[in-house]
Design a protein around this ligand. Structure first.
Ligand code: NI
Length: 246
């Protein structure tokens, strides 16, 4: 069930059976020559909806924007500051906690979000500890691709060419979700460089010229994306159900 497509009566009914909710989170940032700007939030969203469909969990609207300052050298990228993202996470969780939600399971599509979202979780827990009236909450964030099945499949399909940004796996999954928006491009070099740390947007662009890190997303196909979707959903179902016991 999707929160955005439910009535408040339906949400009240749901809360009689479960206090868990899944929140997809991603980014709006370049994903190399053939990757969509929305890749990270599209991937998190399709897997979250898959979990919701499979086990009847409630899925909140996707937090589309993330912490992407290092991608601003590429057209179309947009970022929240770390401090903004932290507060978005805190406010969404605290709002839903008012109604009785207690387990907040974030399915993430973007590595750049981790520090700020984790800080947002600490803001929430600090509010409880400091006695400011914040409701208690259990929070967890995982990558859609981070479970054992998803990792194994990406390894099998792409090996080291999966890469670190604009990965072959995430481009495949976005192709599966949005088959009318598949793009093709020449990759030069075929596998992008990797390993150099980056800082602000200008430095990133100078270091990683076409936006990719370590990947060859010319390998991506929607058929792979379907398999990655199924693996990701199975992984996330298992992780979500274990988390509900926390
Ligand atoms: Ni990505």
């Amino acid at each position: 069930m999707e929160l955005a497509l439910a009535t408040w009566h339906e949400v009240e009914d749901y809360l009689r059976t479960s206090d868990g909710i899944i929140i997809p989170i991603g980014s709006v940032e370049q994903h190399g020559p053939n990757g969509l700007i929305g890749t990270d939030h599209l991937c998190a969203e399709v897997v979250a909806k898959g979990v919701g469909d499979k086990i009847g969990a409630l899925v909140a609207p996707t937090i589309n924007y993330g912490m992407s300052q290092h991608h601003l050298g590429f057209a179309g990228s947009a970022t929240l500051r770390p401090s903004t993202l932290m507060l978005v996470v805190r406010d969404v969780v605290q709002s839903l906690a008012v109604h009785g939600f207690r387990h907040f399971f974030f399915i993430n599509g973007h590595g750049g979000n981790v520090a700020s979202v984790t800080a947002g979780f600490d803001e929430i827990h600090a509010g409880v500890s400091l006695g400011d009236g914040t409701k208690t909450a259990r929070t967890k964030m995982v990558f859609w691709s981070g479970g054992p099945r998803g990792q194994k499949l990406a390894d099998e399909l792409y090996g080291a060419s999966n890469g670190g940004h604009a990965t072959a796996a995430e481009v495949s999954l976005a192709q599966f979700y949005q088959p009318d928006h598949i793009k093709h491009a020449q990759m030069t070099p075929k596998v992008a460089p990797s390993g150099t740390p980056f800082f602000e947007a200008g430095h990133y662009r100078a270091t990683y010229a076409d936006g990719r890190i370590g990947s060859d997303p010319s390998l991506s196909t929607p058929q792979d994306g379907k398999r990655l979707f199924e693996a990701g959903v199975e992984d996330m179902v298992e992780m979500y159900q274990a988390f509900l016991l926390a």
